[in-house]
Design a binder for this molecule. Structure first.
Ligand SMILES: *Cc1c(COP(=O)(O)O)cnc(C)c1O
Length: 227
């Protein structure tokens, strides 16, 4: 665990050497114990990302007060029946990928009198097995969310397909950035482009990302599961 501080510093230095605009760093703590969240927060991290409700909630409970002031991001696939817990516990749901889910999020947000901030997850890969909205459908999907009074869409989350050659993700990030910019022009409050993970965050930043989600480059490799 002693490398967390150093790894975070390396990422900040890398970002600062690349661009002057601000890039939000989401530390992805999935599969790591709650002490890792505590440690990241001590190092000044302000955003924590988790991808499973049943794993995240007990960990947040253990961390307790130390999470005050930090933002919690849900980044995994969210099942409709877990929407209530997600709304109750997360500041930003990055993985909004269906109308059914939006409906459920809105219903629970209404009942806790919360405006739930979300990103639309865009499936730039075209792989049918992956979750997310296809790029050509994103604008229509966004329009169909207007009717939900308690959802605020802050932007897009882009996940490129897994590629052996990381440089090939660049085209997907470019596509994400173009889409983001077109939508941003027409929508106030549309300001987050979440793209880039441990292996490809530099390319994502070069292509216009303003939020990166980093797990293994901060905490080391994950022992089990990738989601
Ligand atoms: C696990 C995960 C990450 C972090 O991945 P690393 O390669 O460990 O940085 C980022 N985004 C999502 C959606 C993830 O599931």
């Amino acid at each position: 665990m002693e490398n967390i501080n150093k790894n975070i510093r390396i990422i900040h230095d890398t970002i600062n050497s690349m661009v002057s605009r601000s890039i939000e760093l989401v530390a992805v703590t999935k599969t790591f114990p709650s002490q890792y969240i505590v440690e990241a927060l001590k190092c000044g991290v302000k955003h924590i990302g988790e991808s499973r409700i049943q794993e995240a909630l007990p960990k947040f409970e253990q961390v307790g007060e130390a999470l005050k002031g930090a933002k919690k991001h849900f980044i995994g696939h969210l099942q409709t029946n877990k929407a209530k817990k997600a709304v109750e516990n997360f500041d930003l749901i990055q993985s909004l990928d269906s109308l059914d889910l939006a409906h459920s999020i809105n219903k629970h947000a209404l009942s806790c009198q919360k405006i739930q901030e979300c990103l639309i997850e865009v499936k730039v890969s075209g792989e049918s097995s992956k979750t997310g909205i296809s790029p050509e459908n994103v604008k229509d999907f966004y329009c169909s969310l207007c009717k939900f009074s308690n959802i605020a869409i802050r932007g897009l989350m882009i996940i490129p397909p897994l590629l052996d050659d990381i440089e090939r993700s660049r085209a997907y990030f470019k596509q994400g950035y173009t889409l983001f910019n077109e939508m941003k022009e027409q929508n106030d409050g549309f300001d987050i482009l979440s793209m880039g993970m441990s292996d490809d965050y530099k390319i994502a930043i070069e292509e216009g990302s303003n939020m990166i989600r980093i797990g293994s480059a901060i905490f080391g490799s994950r022992v089990y599961g990738n989601c």
